[in-house]
Design a protein around this ligand. Structure first.
Ligand code: AP5
Length: 266
């Protein structure tokens, strides 16, 4: 018998939706919003830059149906707008991002709050890159409390630094659908072209060595404290991020299912 309150759909493979509500804001509707038959999964992915959060968020979306919500993707999409369509706050955000620094909490929260329908969405979510500071985590907690919903778990991916740097320096991203590749471990079928949508692959500006160093220091200072924050709330699920993306995804889902079963038993 399934455990009470256990989110379902851990084994079906579905394509991810277009995330229109996330990318274009509250007035847009996703073309194929996920409809899980059980309770939705509401997950936060934590881990250092380059550990593989985006890669896992894509796979978790396919298997759990919960929508992949990345603040990094949101900022990168805004950076493609014409200068005249970009607010001064967004221009400042782009400058921070380029240097590998965090975007100010107020700007991040303004964008997430405008998209609170994505947090409430009955399809659930996999948050990738948010929250990233204690202030953002508190804001998310308050929003979720006011909506009477809670996180299923916070998955913390762990990997040695040398492996992380190698993952970052070989990363390529699709400018159209945001799919992520690696020049040696996950190459596209044709060099420079996305397998999924034929979009052009590019190397992120913040994957330059000097920006990577800043991002790692920023992670240690501002984001690593979230591990204790979520541990204290009994939400933390540490996952070793070695192996292939599929192996890590299977490991994650097994740990999530075991955790939910355990929570239901207490
Ligand atoms: P963001 O886009 O969130 O970047 P990040 O957290 O630095 O994480 P990355 O996207 O670099 O890595 P990832 O863990 O997703 O790894 P990936 O799956 O791509 O943020 C960028 C910037 O935006 C921030 O620096 C900040 O300025 C700003 N920002 C965003 N959110 C913010 C917030 N909330 N507050 C303030 N500022 C914010 O994988 C990396 C590579 O490894 C890929 O090439 C992939 O193919 C490869 N790979 C993945 N898994 C494996 C595997 N198992 N084996 C081998 N290779 C693998």
């Amino acid at each position: 018998m399934p455990a009470p309150n256990k989110p379902e759909n851990t084994d079906s493979t579905q394509s991810r939706n277009d995330r229109a509500a996330w990318f274009q804001g509250a007035s847009s509707e996703c073309s194929d919003a996920p409809h899980p038959s059980g309770l939705p999964w509401r997950l936060v992915l934590l881990g250092a830059p380059g550990v593989g959060k985006g890669t896992q968020a894509y796979l978790l979306n396919q298997r759990l149906k919960a929508c992949h919500l990345s603040t990094g993707d949101l900022f990168r999409a805004a950076s493609k707008l014409d200068d005249c369509d970009r607010s001064p706050a967004m221009q400042t955000a782009m400058d921070h991002m380029r240097r590998g620094e965090l975007v100010p909490d107020s700007t991040v929260w303004e964008m997430v709050r405008e998209r609170s329908a994505c947090i409430r969405c009955g399809g659930g979510f996999v948050l990738d890159g948010f929250p990233r500071t204690l202030g953002q985590a508190e804001s998310l907690k308050q929003l979720m409390q006011s909506e009477k919903i809670s996180l299923s778990a916070v998955v913390n991916y762990e990997l040695p630094l040398a492996e992380i740097v190698s993952r970052l320096s070989g990363r390529r991203t699709c400018e159209k659908c945001k799919a992520v590749y690696h020049i040696t471990s996950q190459p596209p079928k044709f060099e420079g072209v996305c397998d999924r949508c034929d979009g052009r692959l590019f190397q992120r500006e913040d994957d330059r060595p000097e920006s990577i160093t800043v991002r790692m220091e920023t992670y240690e200072r501002s984001t690593a404290p979230l591990i204790d924050f979520y541990k204290a709330q009994d939400k933390l699920l540490p996952i070793v991020a070695t192996g292939t993306p599929d192996e890590i995804c299977v490991r994650t889902i097994s740990a999530l299912v075991a955790r939910v079963g355990l929570m239901a038993a207490v």
